[in-house]
Design a protein around this ligand. Sequence first.
Ligand code: NAD
Ligand code: DAU
Length: 342
Amino acid sequence: MQHLFVTGGAGFIGSNFVRMMLDKYPDLAITVYDKLTYAGRVENLQDVAANYQERYRFVQGDICDAAAVDKVIAEQQIDAIINFAAETHVDRSILNPDAFIQTDVYGTYVLLEAARKAGNLRYHQISTDEVYGHVEGSHRSLETDCVAPRSPYAASKASADHLVNAYFITYGLPITISRGANNIGPYQYPEKVVPLFVTNALNDMPLPVYGDGKQRRDYQYVLDHCEAVDLVLQKGVIGETYNIGTGTEITNLEMVEILLDELGKPRTLIQHVEDRLGHDRRYCLDVHKIMALGWEPDYSHEEALRMTARWYMHNQWWWEPIRSGEFRDYYARVYGDRKRLA
Ligand code: NAD
Ligand code: DAU
């Protein structure tokens, strides 16, 4: 039986990945190792814990704690490490970058050392299209493009990618990296734009669109991303990086209009507010390399947005307690004094 060590598995993408992998491979075991920050929630995996008692284990821990990481890896005879653990929200990285440097950079180093000490374990790093920075004109970022991160979050993720590549070159650690575009779907913490806007709209609250709303993103369905990560684990070339996204783009305003349409809510909820500092106007990935491995997305932006809106409509049990907790202070700090634009 193969055994994966999935860090950050209680977060949004990690929990979707763990569920998908255990459903798909009857001969696979997974240990999730997660600090349970504000973004990590055991509720995200409660069905998994009930359905897969024999093949699923949860350990609460910090990836920056080398002794704890080494211990869990030694106990479980791990075959591969998949690192989803990170601080992930750009706006929080602008308010306070410290945790981003700790977890995203130092934590990645701890995991790489653990993989090396355990006899060069297979290691996969979950990275992001944000490492390429703002993408000009009609260019699509290639895996060979230089990284040019512009937010503290993106810089922490780009630093981690450099470390991962350095461990491949220096120690021969069998690594791969994937750089995903914006994921959407079930269990995404409602600070990120799509769940924020859907839950605001369901509460008849304004949707704070940053600046002119003409920034361009590739909103992909989370399970499309997870399938591509699985493919990289199975067929990816060691030492290589793979972009994962639909390879198409829409503006934030187009995204909002699809959500409001699906929810049956009026456009008057749209409220333009002061822009994010250093806001990247456009990300767009060239995805030929991952497609050449045999992957293509199952869902368009529009399908992914509509499915996501419906999930939040039907799963208030999940997000209502979140919105009444730590989230309230956060919302007041980021949006409270933000200037409205005409
Ligand atoms: P998330 O914020 O929902 O989850 C992050 C998880 O990591 C949480 O469960 C949290 O508790 C855990 N964690 C944080 N610090 C930790 C630490 N020090 N030790 C152990 N666990 C820790 O994030 P997500 O959106 O699921 O993103 C997962 C990964 O995918 C991240 O590496 C992120 O950079 C990357 N990514 C995200 C997107 C996206 O659109 N969400 C796109 C591309 C790449
Ligand atoms: O591109 C991949 C990245 O996508 C991941 O690496 C990050 O972890 C993830 O958080 C996400 O980053 P973004 O900054 O693109 O996502 P966010 O949901 O914060 O914002 C998406 C777009 O919506 C962006 O152009 C900013 C805008 N936005 C965001 C918020 C929170 C708004 O207009 N209003 C908002 O309130």
